[in-house]
Design a protein around this ligand. Sequence first.
Ligand code: COA
Length: 169
Amino acid sequence: MSGLNTTFTTPDATDAVELHALVKNSPPLDPNSLYCNLLQCSHFADTAIAARQDGRLIGFISGYRIPERPNTLFVWQVVVAAEARGQGLAHRMLCQLLAKPACRDVSFLETTITPDNDASWALFKRLQRTLECDGKESVQFDQQRHFQDQHQTEMQFRIGPFTQQKVIS
Ligand SMILES: CC(C)(COP(=O)(O)OP(=O)(O)OC[C@H]1O[C@@H](n2cnc3c(N)ncnc32)[C@H](O)[C@@H]1OP(=O)(O)O)[C@@H](O)C(=O)NCCC(=O)NCCS
């Protein structure tokens, strides 16, 4: 499914409706408002990547450079269509994203992951191995303190420092 004819593009606002449906159909991701997806695909498009096959959106990563620490790319959501999973697509998208000009000065990546999302942990640990750098886990948003028990704790996974050369090689 995620073979040679997969194309990777910088999204634009016309991708938002498809992205909205993909995220909505991909638990445990929190569904976004369509308006949020429109912003991810416009204001934050340079630090996002879309994967298409036969014209269909099969993968997407949204992110941004943290305003007060622009050397750090925050990965907001990673999603791969159910039928395209387990073939390395999410890893390829992360590498393609880090190789984009907008990430030229990025040397750290942060994301948050719930403790039980094995696929997400495996994905980012694989990236850490690829980049041959440190990885640190800490609590970013606590179940009680920040979510008032409405959501599991979101653990921060911080990877780096790394160089863009490592991404491309
Ligand atoms: C998480 C997700 C994006 C992974 O996409 P994918 O294209 O299947 O991932 P990859 O094929 O690139 O795999 C990357 C690593 O994760 C591992 N992995 C993938 N799915 C896994 C699963 N269900 N359980 C455990 N490990 C898994 C792979 O084995 C690989 O690790 P390895 O190289 O050590 O073997 C996809 O499962 C998904 O969209 N899930 C629903 C949404 C979500 O939870 N997103 C992440 C939170 S932001």
